[in-house]
Design a protein around this ligand. Structure first.
Ligand code: BGC
Length: 856
């Protein structure tokens, strides 16, 4: 697609700009900026990750970003309005930090439960992913900030991510993996799209014709295609593709070599001009956004808290132990590794520096009040390594607020002093006070138990630790300064054993100097408490649980097993956490298990617990949102966006490991619940999943009273339906309407059934609502390798189901309706508003339709 709408003077400026100057614009200036060109009216544009907040371009913990729940948690809300609200908040965060484009949402699908970045992606379903991403992008862009959906396309694993060739047939590529991107582009018109690291069908995505067609040509994408960071691997092939911008920059492969390739005719100048036009378009959007800002401020804490609760999935609650009522309790035991050291977000580029985090024990203590005794026990450890000190363990020396005092030093002495929230410092060169070459990080640390603590630090550079003025540990690893992965993820640590007394504070001073050429460093205090044996620790937790009215056991994954950059090898909870859960359940039948993981984990004890609540990576308001849900101030609003296996070995699609550089998507259309459904039909003795897509219990009950097919304006158009649902419980609650479809007589390859549409609605206790659910026309089309998108002359069935596992029965059940030759849908000149539908067009009398099980 070529732009033709530029003013003549801009076109003239592009035409006359020297080639080398145009080429300069096509890659960044540094990690997060593009190049400006006044002759084209092109501003310097700032981008930043995304997607759980806005990290900011200074790469510093001082950013104090809002840390929202992980994409998996947000997607569990199935709530477009919430996604748009989150988008508006992100726009405000971007504006606050002088960022023009947010690098998100991450839209790859949960193909294998082992994929390392699933926490950052929304779901296993193309429709759900596309719809939620579109709402999120709308929310951001309505505020004059750009969004950059990523990673286009088929980036469903991390193993060999920059070289892997993912092999997909055409139908699968279009119906499953391109489909969410098509929806986001057509519906929300993002300003940018990020081309993935991987290849598809033999071509790296930064060289792949898919960015031209369908992205730009068929879908009409008007934005700029940006490479994933360092994903431009060639000069000519990538320049000839529809990739417009290489990041970060300057990118050597798009430097002088590209200028030569243009001079020699290998790359036509017109191709470069087209990229420049797209950057100019982006620049205009950015300028307009800056002019028309500021973005509407949203209360970050409130959005983070509500979004978390809206995505918490109540997996089990057989006897209704939840919600708890504080009036009936005198004591709670909160045990497990994430009670005190919660994981609020996943690791890697998707992480932000949270303004603060509310630990679960803290949030529960505040809500439970003074009348309830709350005890905490570690119970198990996620790893053998050191941890960051907790906020409650540290305070800054001197007059300032926060956890640390930072004294920045240069050759001539102190250049600046500041107080900060965290004992780990991350700084890009832009966030270091002028003249500083070193920093002292000081805190007053108060241990809560007596014994031999490990006190030390983690980071690359020259570091030494003093405890009450005495030198303890030191290290020099300055030579590794340019290894960004080592700086951010795999930094070495050093520590020494020190005997400390509970309640007696010590003064820790970390003296640190970075390499003069480093552009980014991270360094922080790292400690470990005296550990009892794992068995003893579990016994302590069980004893505390047994002595309390209710036990809350908090378990989850660690950064070492679930993060960006690698795939998982197991879905088991790390360490002795399963043993811990079993021991606590044994000690107290009123045990609530809280699962703090970004994506699927095995929960072998799930049927023995009084309740299982999945909180994902819930963001900085973790503790408050958890208290809201456990005490019933908010309902757990989530429904799984992905089917969870009981055991990894049962999952129909697992593979993330390329063979000879190739990873074949051999399951074709049958990703997620579709694969489980096929497996169940073909191998009836095969294990069922632990929980299907759509599963989630709330605090109330619902009954479906009717389902009406209204029709579509014309074949291929959206199909309108109405689901009548009554809240039969005594609390208000959010109902998730899920409509599934199948085509029993089809001649085309199709899944067993598929999600055709969804909507959420808040229904007050005792009331009913007519929920309008629109099923996009695309839900009934298929991709034909020769003809593209087609409609088949066959009968489709549609039916509501409370989760994917009930879809097959529902499609053959009393509520199912038919679309197609056998029961041609009524063309609707005008479709009546939902409120009038029940009396006017209900296909069956509501009273004759039995309430379905599992609809809640
Ligand atoms: C990730 C992207 C991210 C980029 C910039 C890459 O490694 O794959 O998602 O936006 O880094 O941080």
């Amino acid at each position: 697609m070529t732009f033709t709408s530029f003013d003549a003077d801009v076109e003239e400026a592009i035409r006359t700009l020297p080639v080398a100057d145009k080429v300069r614009l096509l890659s960044g200036s540094g990690l997060w900026f593009t190049q400006a060109e006044p002759r084209l009216g092109l501003p310097k544009i700032t981008v930043s990750d995304g997607p759980v907040g806005v990290r900011g371009h200074r790469d510093t913990e001082a950013a104090g970003s809002v840390n929202l729940p992980s994409a998996t948690c947000l997607a569990s809300s199935w709530d477009r309005r919430l996604m748009a609200r989150v988008g508006r908040l992100l726009a405000a965060e971007a504006r606050r930090q002088e960022v023009d484009v947010v690098l998100g949402p991450t839209m790859n699908l949960h193909r294998s439960p082992l994929a390392g970045r699933n926490f950052e992606c929304l779901s296993e379903d193309p429709l759900l992913t596309g719809e939620l991403a579109a709402a999120y992008v709308d929310g951001i862009q309505a505020q004059g900030i750009g969004a950059c959906p990523k990673h286009f396309v088929a980036n469903e694993a991390e193993t060999e991510r920059t070289t892997v060739n993912n092999v997909l047939d055409e139908q699968t590529l279009h119906e499953v993996y391109l489909a969410p991107f098509e929806r986001v582009v057509r519906q929300a018109r993002p300003w940018m799209i990020m081309a993935a690291y991987n290849g598809v069908n033999g071509k790296a995505m930064t060289e792949n014709p898919l960015t031209e067609n369908p992205l730009k040509t068929e879908w009409g994408f008007e934005g700029a295609v940006v490479s994933d960071w360092h994903a431009v691997y060639s000069t000519v092939d990538s320049a000839l593709s529809a990739t417009d911008l290489a990041m970060p920059g300057p990118e050597k492969l798009w430097g002088d070599g590209l200028v030569d390739a243009i001079s020699s005719g290998l790359v036509p100048e017109a191709v470069i001009d087209e990229k420049v036009r797209r950057l100019v378009t982006l620049g205009r959007r950015v300028e307009e956004g800056r002019r028309n800002g500021p973005a509407t401020p949203e209360a970050g804490a409130a959005v983070a808290r509500e979004a978390a609760a809206a995505g918490f999935v109540l997996l089990e609650n057989p006897a209704g132990v939840l919600p708890l009522s504080p009036g009936d309790l005198t004591s709670i035991a909160v045990v497990g590794p994430s009670a005190l050291d919660p994981r609020t977000q996943g690791g890697g580029s998707a992480s932000v520096f949270p303004a603060y985090t509310v630990a679960p024990a803290e949030g529960l203590r505040a809500r439970a009040g003074d009348g309830v005794r709350l005890t905490t026990v570690q119970g198990a450890w996620l790893s053998e390594g050191l941890r960051e000190p907790r906020t409650a363990e540290c305070h800054a020396p001197g007059q300032g607020e926060g956890s640390v005092r930072l004294t920045w030093r240069g050759p001539a002495g102190t250049v600046a002093e500041e107080y900060g929230p965290r004992t780990t410092l991350t700084r890009g060169t832009g966030a270091i006070p002028a003249g500083a070459t070193a920093v002292d990080v000081e805190t007053i640390f108060t241990p809560d138990v007596s014994g031999t603590w490990k006190l030390g630090f983690k980071g690359i550079g020259h570091a030494s630790l003093e405890v009450d003025g005495d030198a303890m540990a030191g290290a020099d690893s300055r030579d590794r300064y340019a290894d960004i992965e080592a700086v951010l993820i795999g930094a070495p640590d050093e520590s020494a054993g020190v005997d400390l007394t509970a309640g007696t504070p010590v003064h820790l001073t970390l003296r640190y100097a970075w390499h003069p050429q480093a552009t980014l460093f991270r360094v922080g205090l790292a400690i470990d408490e005296p550990r009892e044996s794992a068995d003893r620790e579990i016994a302590k937790a069980a004893a505390a649980a047994g002595a309390a009215d209710v036990a809350v056991v908090m378990v989850g994954t660690s950064g070492a097993v679930e993060s960006e950059g690698f795939d998982r090898t197991s879905l088991a909870l790390p360490g002795r956490q399963d043993d811990l859960v079993r021991a606590v359940i044994e000690a107290n039948p009123r045990t609530v298990v809280v699962v703090n993981a970004g994506a699927a984990v095995e929960m072998p004890w799930r049927n023995d617990a009084a309740a299982v609540l999945l909180v994902w990576f819930p963001g900085m308001e973790f503790g408050n949102a958890l208290a809201d849900v456990l005490f019933g101030d908010a309902e757990p609003g989530g429904h799984l966006p992905t089917t969870w296996p009981a055991a990894l070995a049962d999952a129909p699609v697992r593979d993330t490991r390329p063979r000879n550089g190739r990873l074949e998507y051999t399951e074709r259309l049958d990703v997620g619940y579709r694969g489980w459904a096929k497996q169940a039909r073909q191998t009836p003795q095969a294990a069922a999943p632990a929980y299907w897509l759509g599963h989630g219990l709330g605090y109330t009950t619902f009954a479906v009273e009717g389902f009406t097919l209204l029709g579509a304006a014309a074949p291929g158009d959206d199909v309108h339906t109405v689901l009548t649902v009554r809240n039969t419980g005594s609390r208000d609650g959010k109902y998730l309407a899920q409509i599934y479809a199948d085509a029993p007589e089809t001649d085309v390859d199709r899944p067993e059934f598929w999600l055709a549409g969804f909507a959420t609605e808040l229904i007050p206790a005792g009331e009913h609502r007519d929920i309008r659910v629109t099923l996009p026309g695309r839900s009934f089309q298929h991709w034909d390798a020769g003809r593209g998108w087609c409609g088949e002359e066959t009968t489709f069935r549609i039916a509501p189901a409370g989760q994917a596992g009930n879809a097959r029965a529902a499609l053959a059940g009393p509520l199912a309706a038919s679309i197609g030759p056998a029961a041609t849908i009524r063309p609707m000149a005008s479709i009546p508003p939902a409120a009038t539908v029940r009396s006017a067009a209900s296909s069956r009398p509501a009273a004759s339709v039995p309430a379905l099980d599992g609809m809640g």
